[in-house]
Design a protein around this ligand. Structure first.
Ligand SMILES: *Cc1c(COP(=O)(O)O)cnc(C)c1O
Length: 428
């Protein structure tokens, strides 16, 4: 396949947009080459500016769980747009989507809509700090919670020291309030809590990690976090920006039967429009302005187009109760197919998957945290990525990303993908 026009468009973009992209991972830095420019998408397929058709396993990094240009979402947006695109005043639509979300997700009474997952996580942490009157938070290495300052932190020297900024522009003052823990390592979390008694407001976690490949929680990890939080007056924040309305109707809380104190949403909840949200029981949510003292706001929050898209998406997921089962079956089919051909071609690999999330790691050891995810062979991944691109298959241009299975993918698409992986992995 040729990607000539994409290359030209990227050169033009680089002149006026830093790195040619509006979000870094789109730039192919980890794999080399130039990004593909999309012209349109429908169902399981992307159509690029060179006229290529690609089977899409990124799906806008998660939102398009029912495939691209899903008709009820598109229609809802078109109809709403005719009635005005933003008011900065309440609309009935906001109550409708809020009520539906609250009915689908366990343990939440109220929800506040924002414009991105970043905003949701940032606001959730402020709320947790206001509610507990404590400053520090614990996050896990390799978990992503958006790009607000408190989360751009790497491990400092020594296991129990403060975190340090991993981007210029994040102050040392901010970094010292974020403590870094190892995913799937309860003992590490307990040690951090012990060393910071009565200072920790919240533990924020991707309850199924999706930003270092797909890493499900090990047995007892989420239960252990819940217990540690309960015992120490800490709020447990589930960042379900990726997993919410994806792994189950009610997200990971439902899937593993664990109660979080605050839950963050994004991606699927907006049906492909810029939406995030955070939710909790009434006692916590009432701490937010205008009812309570914790400030949080947004000119375009609850935007009618975004709410119309999100409502149509949630209604579809609420109505079709078999959908998560179908997605899981497709993922399992793909995982089994990939496993078979990679083994046949003597490739060293590990496949992680759960529900509609799957990742292939080029390392034989179990991938359970950031360190083991980082052990994957990136040179093999690059060949894998570019080989699949030539076959008309689009996976994320980074070994640290999860692939998303959508309802629009057919078993023919999955078979095509498995055959392509067989072909490509023979060239490793
Ligand atoms: C994508 C993501 C975010 C950030 O959401 P944006 O809408 O990109 O700001 C936060 N947390 C998780 C778990 C994510 O996957």
């Amino acid at each position: 396949m040729l990607y000539k026009r994409s290359s030209q468009l990227f050169a033009e973009a680089e002149k006026v947009i830093p790195g040619g992209v509006n979000s870094p991972v789109r730039a192919f830095k980890a794999v080399g080459g130039t990004p593909i420019f999309v012209k349109s998408a429908k169902g399981a397929y992307l159509y690029d500016e060179d006229g290529n058709r690609l089977i899409d396993y990124i799906n806008s990094w998660g939102p398009m769980i029912l495939g691209h240009a899903y008709e009820p979402v598109v229609q809802a947006v078109i109809e709403k747009a005719k009635l005005g695109t933003s008011f900065g005043m309440p609309t009935e639509l906001e109550t409708q989507i809020a009520a539906l979300a609250v009915s689908m997700v366990p343990n939440i009474d109220k929800i506040r809509f924002v414009n991105s997952g970043t905003e949701a996580c940032m606001s959730a942490v402020r709320l947790a700090r206001g509610f507990t009157k404590r400053d520090k938070i614990i996050k896990f290495a390799g978990c992503y919670h958006g790009h607000s300052d408190s989360f751009l932190i790497q491990a400092g020297s020594g296991a129990i020291t403060f975190g340090s900024p991993n981007s210029p522009g994040v102050t040392a003052g901010t970094a010292k309030d974020t403590l870094l823990a190892k995913y799937n390592d309860l003992e590490n979390v307990a040690t951090l809590i012990e060393a910071n008694k009565n200072e920790i407001a919240a533990i924020i976690v991707e309850p199924v990690a999706g930003n270092m490949g797909c890493i499900p929680p090990s047995k007892g990890f989420l239960e252990g976090l819940r217990q540690l939080c309960t015992d120490n007056g800490i709020l447990l924040i589930f960042d379900e920006v990726m997993t919410g309305f994806r792994l189950a109707r009610g997200g990971v809380q439902e899937l593993f039967n664990i109660t979080a104190d605050i839950v963050c949403f994004g991606k699927v909840i907006g049906g492909g429009l810029p939406v995030g949200a955070f939710a909790a029981r009434e006692e916590i949510m009432n701490y937010l302005a205008p009812l309570g003292p914790v400030y949080q706001a947004g000119t375009l929050s609850g935007n009618p187009l975004a709410m119309a898209a999100g409502l149509a998406m949630l209604q579809a997921l609420d109505t079709d109760r078999a959908i998560f089962q179908r997605l899981e079956e497709k993922t399992a089919y793909l995982a089994a197919g990939i496993d078979k051909v990679l083994k046949a071609n003597s490739v060293t690999f590990t496949i992680n998957s759960i529900g509609s999330m799957i990742s292939v790691h080029f390392d034989a050891a179990p991938v359970v945290d950031f360190q083991t995810a980082a052990n994957g062979d990136n040179e093999t991944f690059k060949k894998f990525f570019h080989g699949l691109l030539q076959e008309g298959i689009y996976i994320a241009p980074s070994a640290y990303e999860t692939w998303f299975i959508t309802d629009a993918l057919t078993y023919e698409d999955l078979d095509f993908t498995i055959r392509a992986i067989d072909k490509v992995s023979k060239t490793f």
